[in-house]
Design a protein around this ligand. Structure first.
Ligand SMILES: [Zn+2]
Length: 629
């Protein structure tokens, strides 16, 4: 372990916050007399396409748990996400609101603290509430922990000490079962999030050692099978609670494998990534397959109605009438993605689905008759101008004004803040803030597909650097690609060029702590501690309380010989994240240099206990322990 190497940062999307106004609510219909539901189990399976689940018609699927649930419950045949991105989609599911209502327009953009969530509603009823999530985009810092007494979101570290962005469903379900087994017979809401189907797709080990040659879709199916297995294990572990449990299984968005030129998800709003499975089983939800268009915003009002609680003022409606053989009044379903804007500086996309029609607002708008053209292959916009104009107006009503890419992170962009931020240069007041002036994502679909390969971890090493070089050559204003290239070059020891690309990311208004952390790593490695400190202070301003930033400031203080400051900063970082191994190593060294050998030894021994058994750093930590004894 080198002296005070800057701790590696996980790449986190831009932190931007946007204040919005709520649209008029659609009243939920009152449900039948309250069924005796004592447990609500919500299982969200990340990146799960409906059409790869057996109950939804995929003959080769290995999804017996979901299929069994669908056989005894309501399988909604046409359910849609509100965004093809994890955090905004989950926020809609838990609040019943479209993204403009809950404020999270992209991963990393915190859910606002105002709206009730399924957890706050049931907590108010005296229910036990526990959440167990499988990936970083749902970390508590993004605001979905409200109302949960227990919110388990700690990700493990890899053998190299870096924080991983996901954890196995097995670990998530183990924790969830331990929790629900320990709360007695209290009524309970349990949310479990399984990340398996998200890229990179790991093949079934039974396929042999040469996993790389297995096609992506086959590996994806393997991951779906794994998530289903954990779903089955969770449901089997409910024991006596099972009889009075309402079980909901939903995907948060789909996944593209080349449809419309798309790879993965987040950039487009085609049904490839918006259509999800939604299965609800339990008291009051008998076998059936309602074929109305429904949205994940309907989950909260449906649960509320099933429990006989007063309806909430939300965007979704209760689906109980559908389950009971009735129809719902005609309505629009809204969806959006701001990933193109916040990640790449391209235009956002917003869509509304209304009867057989789906309209996508973009620089080049699209209109599909999705009843007749399920694949969304024929854009009929030129043949149906009046309908397109009507749907465009409705999209605008749902989405409100567009947040700008340059909006300051974690800052509410109301009129006053906009003016003040504008004076500081954070909000675009130029025509670049006008959606139409930005590139249409579909004109960059090939670039987006290559970017998806990079982001999803399917490329590494020289291949990763080459792919990023090609992307920034073609699209130099792509801040995400510039930053990722900076990190790839840094990993390869090319400090000078890494710094250039971090600076290029800053030049296109990529305002995340990660860009500044990357720059700080360049400066530390190049022996420029003053500049490293400035970069870290900038990172702290953007993201206060980021333990990686505090740990790096502490390591700089250690190098500068300021032991008191080093101990304070490193200690603060470890309070937030006790698994920052490099920080604990440096804390032990700083304490030792202060002559506090006993405390130093305690930290070094704690570190030895916390390090994974195969971690390469163990030998050096052991030497420190021996020296301190
Ligand atoms: Zn997701």
């Amino acid at each position: 372990m080198p002296a005070a190497t800057v701790v590696a940062a996980a790449c986190v999307a831009a932190f931007v916050f946007y204040a919005t106004t709520r649209r008029p609510a659609i009243q939920a219909e009152p449900g039948p007399s309250p069924p005796p539901i004592r447990t609500v189990v919500l299982i969200t399976i990340d990146t799960l396409r409906a059409d790869r689940v057996g109950a939804y018609g995929w003959a080769a699927a290995r999804t017996p748990a979901m299929d069994a649930l669908a056989a005894r419950g309501a399988r909604f045949t046409r359910a849609f996400a509100t965004a093809p991105i994890t955090l905004p989609s989950h926020a809609s599911l838990l609040t019943g609101l479209y993204p403009p209502g809950h404020g999270s327009r992209h991963n990393g953009m915190r859910v606002s603290g105002g709206p009730a969530t399924l957890a706050t509603v049931l907590r108010e009823q005296g229910w036990a509430t526990g959440a167990f999530v499988g990936a970083f985009p749902l970390d508590r810092r993004f605001g979905l922990d409200r109302g949960f007494e227990r919110y388990s979101d700690r990700m493990p570290r890899g053998a190299d000490g870096r924080l991983l962005n996901e954890r196995p469903g097995r670990a998530v379900v183990d924790e969830a079962l331990a929790w629900i087994g320990g709360i007695g017979d209290q009524p309970a809401l349990l949310w479990v999030h399984l990340f398996e189907p998200h890229a990179p797709y790991e093949p079934d080990p039974a396929r042999g050692p040469d996993g790389r040659v297995v096609p992506a879709l086959v590996r994806y199916d393997d991951e779906v099978a794994r998530a289903d297995h954990e779903t089955g294990r969770l449901l089997a572990g409910l024991g006596e609670r099972a009889a009075a449990a309402l079980v909901i299984v939903a995907g948060d968005h789909g996944e593209a494998f080349g449809e419309h030129g798309e790879i993965a998800h987040s950039v487009f709003l085609y049904d490839t990534t918006l259509r999800v499975p939604l299965i609800v089983a339990g008291p009051g939800f008998g076998a059936g397959a309602p074929d109305a268009d429904v949205s994940l915003v309907d989950v909260l009002p449906t649960v509320v109605a099933a429990l006989g609680l007063p309806p909430r003022d939300v965007d979704g409606v209760s689906l109980l009438p559908l389950v009971n053989g009735h129809t719902l009044p005609p309505r629009d379903l809204y969806a959006e993605t701001f990933a193109p804007l916040f990640d790449f500086g391209w235009s956002s996309l917003r869509s509304v689905r209304s009867g057989p029609w789906k309209y996508i607002a973009a620089p080049g708008p699209e209109l599909y008759n999705v009843a007749a053209d399920v694949a969304e292959s024929e854009n009929t916009i030129l043949r149906d101008g009046p309908r397109a104009r009507d749907l465009a107006a409705r999209v605008a009503k749902y989405s409100g004004p567009e947040p700008t890419a340059e909006a300051g992170p974690a800052a509410p962009v109301d009129a006053e803040s906009r003016g003040r931020l504008g004076a500081l240069g954070y909000v675009a007041s130029s025509p670049s803030g006008v959606p139409g002036s930005r590139p249409d994502p579909k004109d960059r679909r090939e670039l987006a597909a290559r970017m998806a390969q990079v982001v999803t971890g399917e490329l590494e090493g020289a291949a990763l650097r080459a792919a990023l070089e090609a992307i920034v050559a073609e699209d130099p204003r792509n801040g995400q690609a510039q930053m990722r290239l900076g990190y790839a070059l840094l990993d390869n020891g090319d400090l000078r060029r890494a710094e250039q690309h971090f600076r290029a990311a800053l030049a296109v208004s990529m305002r995340t702590a990660d860009v500044h952390l990357g720059l700080a790593m360049c400066f530390v490695s190049a022996g420029r501690p003053g500049e490293a400190a400035s970069a870290l202070m900038e990172a702290r301003r953007i993201e206060p309380g980021n333990p990686v930033v505090e740990a790096n400031l502490g390591s700089l203080a250690l190098d500068a010989g300021d032991m008191a400051k080093a101990v304070e900063l490193l200690g603060a970082a470890l309070l937030i994240d006790p698994d920052l191994h490099q920080a604990r190593f440096n804390l032990a060294r700083a304490l030792a240099r202060q002559g506090r050998r006993g405390e130093a030894l305690k930290e070094a021994e704690t570190l030895l206990q916390r390090l994974p058994s195969q971690a390469p750093q163990r030998a050096e930590v052991q030497r420190l322990v021996d020296a301190l004894r």
